[in-house]
Design a protein around this ligand. Sequence first.
Ligand code: PGA
Length: 245
Amino acid sequence: MVKVKILPDKENASEEVAGLLYDLIVQKPHAVIGVATGSTPELAYTLLADKINENNTDVSQLQFFALDEYIGLSWEHPESYHAVITRTVTEPLSLDPAQVHIPEAPDDATEGPVRYYDDKIAEAGGIDLQLLGIGRNGHVGFNEPGTPFDAPTHVGALTEMTRQDNSRFFEGGVDEVPPLAVTQGIGTILKSRKAVLMAFGEAKADAIRDALTEPPAEDRPGSSLQLHEDCVFYLDEAAAAKIDH
Ligand code: PGA
């Protein structure tokens, strides 16, 4: 089931999500948190780090699992998700890198399941709260349209639209964006106890409409979240412009 919260802007929505994360961390010091990359969650991470640092909150027992990572991009590359998560989550929250897991697949992998990551999540007790963004084509993680809803963590190809959208992070443009990634599957995401998807800006309005108002279907990955037992979408007015509210 998906609940929708529409906030006036990204700042208000990020503040709410940071509060939700902070409350979880206080209530459950050994919580397992799924973290997304992309520009959408960055402010929520900054606000969460502020709360943790102001209150001297114990973060030593938390575990974090990233959603995805490019294939064939060195971890030292500033846009590898290893580097992005280090910069936006591990360092600001003063975590030990051993608390933060990022999926890996061999550089020569081209497709197929990567099951060790789902096993590792299960061994940690399962994800308590999974943060998500959504792509303009409705992808969640790097689950592009057509991904089966029961997919485990796997290697898959990125669409041209996704590579174009992510090229803004790469100095060398779209040619530098890897064509393949390893991602938690939709099946993995659906197992999280709670999922929180954030989307801001008018570019996401079609994907949000398709995720919420169309029946669940594999060509609309975001619509899979209708099958989640506890999912909340935090939207700004622009991202919510094409749904009734
Ligand atoms: P963004 O990406 O947060 O950079 O918009 C979201 C996504 O592609 O899932």
